[in-house]
Design a protein around this ligand. Structure first.
Ligand SMILES: CC(C)(COP(=O)(O)OP(=O)(O)OC[C@H]1O[C@@H](n2cnc3c(N)ncnc32)[C@H](O)[C@@H]1OP(=O)(O)O)[C@@H](O)C(=O)NCCC(=O)NCCS
Length: 156
């Protein structure tokens, strides 16, 4: 992709099954323990909110979340590693929060690895607070890693 001049405003649209090849390329580079393609397929088929962010019609990131019973659960938020640290993750997260408000969610929840400093910095700077820990939740290189549960109240 050519160099991007800031500020840039991505286009957001619903994820389609035919996007999964591009998404898996990003997912496999962005995470040490990536989701499988089958997980994305299941999320789309289950009617979860699955969005892609595009620049110049190229997928540069995505978010998967659930709006239910006035709560939003953010399951995946990812920006192509080659385009990180340019404000795109914050923009994508803001779009998710705005959508959750439209669905009358009052709280957004997510889980993150304690080792994922960039994600934690993003969430904390957007007003998320730690509300719990799931012990040994994630696979890790050596054994398991906890998940920090973050929550942010919105819309009231
Ligand atoms: C987390 C993620 C979505 C952030 O996307 P991004 O486009 O790089 O984020 P932004 O450029 O919008 O930065 C937003 C904030 O995140 C934090 N941040 C981003 N990269 C960081 C880094 N390398 N180190 C520390 N903080 C970082 C900063 O607080 C930053 O704000 P600032 O630029 O004002 O300092 C991206 O790193 C990513 O896709 N990671 C891999 C997937 C992942 O771990 N997702 C989260 C799962 S819970």
């Amino acid at each position: 992709m050519s160099a991007i001049l800031e500020p840039v405003e991505p286009n957001y649209r619903l994820m389609d099954l035919c996007d999964l090849e591009s998404i898996m390329r990003i997912e496999n580079r962005a995470y040490q323990f990536p989701w499988s393609q089958a997980i994305f397929q299941d999320c789309i088929k289950a009617g979860y909110h699955c969005w892609v962010a595009e620049l110049d019609a190229e997928i540069i990131g995505y978010a998967v979340f659930i709006n239910a019973a006035q709560e939003c659960y953010l399951l995946n938020l990812c920006i192509n590693p080659t385009l990180q640290k340019r404000g795109l993750g914050r923009k994508l997260l803001t779009s998710v929060l705005n959508n959750a408000k439209e669905y009358n969610a009052t709280c957004v929840f997510l889980e993150v690895r304690p080792s994922n400093r960039q994600a934690i910095e993003l969430y904390e700077s957007e007003g998320f607070n730690e509300v719990g820990i799931r012990k040994n939740y994630y696979p890790a290189t050596h054994g398991r890693e906890d998940a920090i549960i973050f929550a942010k109240e919105i819309g009231c």
